[in-house]
Write a new protein. Structure first.
Length: 468
């Protein structure tokens, strides 16, 4: 299906000028040469323009650092979480899932140590009055360059609210700043209702909230975000070996889903960097446009959490092993990733610009599991004659793939649009389809087109996903 030059260049039209104000201006030196200089701007614009991510409450001027996931973004975010769940829960028999409450009583956060220690050091610039996290700025205000900063004071990151109509201390509740604690407080419930025993894990995906001092870099650091965390309970003697196992597993997950190896690295924390609960942490880092930064932390939390909750609640959170007659408090290995932050990394890694037949195009080379749509069904013309076949093809594919159906504009423009939103395969129905009962399948990355009989289409697409 041919397209015109004008159609090929139409991908990036009508881009909005009002980008969020937390997109960084400076691009550091360690960004590889083959990344576009303005990669961040381009991805943020694409997200806004194509309906991945919108600034929240935009019609009221926006709400800083808060974002809404549009029709494409919600599909992709679900796919990121689903890919994580598949690898961490579905394909294993030693991990079960959980969906715990977001609102929690102070007792949980007192025991976990968050009420006492979940703070960041805050400084004010006396010159321009901006506020910063002291540990991120090397003593100089990034806004005006002044080193006239106030003394650092500890700022608490948890969102506090009241449960019920009375706003007094007896009704205080907190929004969880991590999903992890729900897994610890339900440890005995899960142990008592499943047949799991160490080593086993509890996984959870959901929203967390932190009153970040400097939310920044689009959805990289926001006050409301989604996490994908798993607590893996092991005997104390085996904790180091399981820590190493999970570091390896988690690195492989990002690579399998298309993050290029040269943009992914592992960084072990120095002892003075460790969180209050951790005996050892390794961060999975991605090379963002502003440099290397964290995607996920894998921590050896020891018995910190179960012991703390057992002491505070008075409930035993030990495990008794009937085989060895041993009673112990399990140690915990925790791979803790951010779903929204990881989605952004996948978008940045997938963004590329290339030339097809001498014409520039923008293409998101997303793994098919992550793309908002896996297939676009495109009747060549709007004429009603093709619609019944298009509907038949949609009916065949929709139970298996997320499908887009687009009848507007010329076929070239529609291919370009699908390239730009990362759809791996376009299925085109033309007038020959009415004769030969076949369609054209176009591959996003190679742009190669092949004719496929409709009754073999599902098998062909499954073959391309590697799951015949
Ligand atoms: N339970 C351990 C824990 O929460 P963390 O390193 O604070 O560890 C885990 O958070 C992951 O959650 C981070 O690696 C990051 O991907 C994501 N995350 C944390 N704070 C975030 C924020 N403000 N905005 C977006 N993602 C965030």
């Amino acid at each position: 299906m041919n397209e015109t030059a004008e159609e090929r260049s139409a991908g990036a039209d009508n881009l909005p000028d009002n980008l969020p104000d937390d997109v960084p201006d400076d691009v550091p030196d360690d960004v590889p040469d083959d990344l576009p200089d303005d990669l961040m701007d381009k991805v943020v614009r694409l997200c806004r323009h194509r309906g991945f991510i919108f600034p929240s409450a935009e019609i009221y001027g926006g709400f800083r650092s808060t974002y809404d996931y549009g029709p494409l973004g919600v599909n992709m975010l679900r796919n990121v979480k689903e890919a994580w769940w598949r690898s961490m829960v579905q394909l294993r028999d030693d991990v079960v899932g959980l969906d715990a409450a977001i609102l929690g009583p102070p007792a949980v956060w007192e025991a976990s140590g968050h009420l006492a220690t979940f703070t960041d050091p805050l400084v004010d610039c006396r010159n321009c009055h901006e506020r910063w996290r002291a540990d991120k700025i090397d003593g100089v205000c990034p806004n005006c360059g002044s080193s006239d900063l106030t003394e650092a004071r500890e700022f608490h990151l948890m969102f506090k609210t009241h449960a019920g109509p009375v706003e007094d201390e007896g009704h205080v509740a907190y929004l969880r700043p991590e999903t992890a604690q729900g897994m610890f407080t339900n440890f005995a419930n899960v142990l008592g209702t499943t047949r799991k025993k160490p080593p086993f894990g509890i996984a959870q995906v959901g929203k967390s909230f932190r009153n970040e001092i400097t939310p920044q870099n689009f959805v990289f650091r926001t006050r409301e975000f989604e996490q994908m965390e798993m607590e893996y309970f092991v005997s104390p003697a085996e904790s180091q070996q399981w820590f190493e196992y999970w570091v390896e597993q988690r690195m492989a997950w990002y690579l399998d889903l298309g993050i290029p190896p040269e943009r992914l690295r592992l960084r072990h924390h120095d002892p003075d960097e460790l969180s209050h609960y951790s005996r050892g942490t390794a961060d999975v880092e991605f090379l963002f446009p502003w440099g290397w930064d964290e995607l996920e932390g894998i921590a050896n939390r020891g018995d910190y959490d179960l012991t703390a909750h057992a002491t505070a609640s008075g409930e035993s959170l030990d495990y008794f092993d009937p085989q060895t007659n041993e009673r112990y408090t399990p140690h915990v290995i925790e791979p803790a990733a951010g779903a929204t932050r990881t989605m952004m990394a996948f978008l940045l890694a997938a963004y590329s610009e290339d030339e097809i037949g001498g014409e520039a195009r923008t293409v998101l080379r997303l793994h098919w599991r992550l793309a908002p749509y896996q297939v676009a069904v495109l009747p060549l013309s709007k004429k009603d004659t093709l619609e019944p076949t298009a509907r038949r093809v949609l009916g065949l594919l929709q139970p298996h793939f997320m499908c887009d159906h687009d009848v507007t504009q010329s076929i070239g423009r529609r291919y370009r649009r699908q390239d730009e939103i990362g759809t791996p395969w376009c299925v085109t129905i033309d007038f020959d389809s009415l004769e030969d009962d076949a369609v054209t399948v176009r591959d996003r990355d190679s742009t190669e087109q092949v004719r496929v009989p409709i009754d073999g289409l599902l098998a062909e697409l499954r073959r391309r996903t590697g799951s015949e």
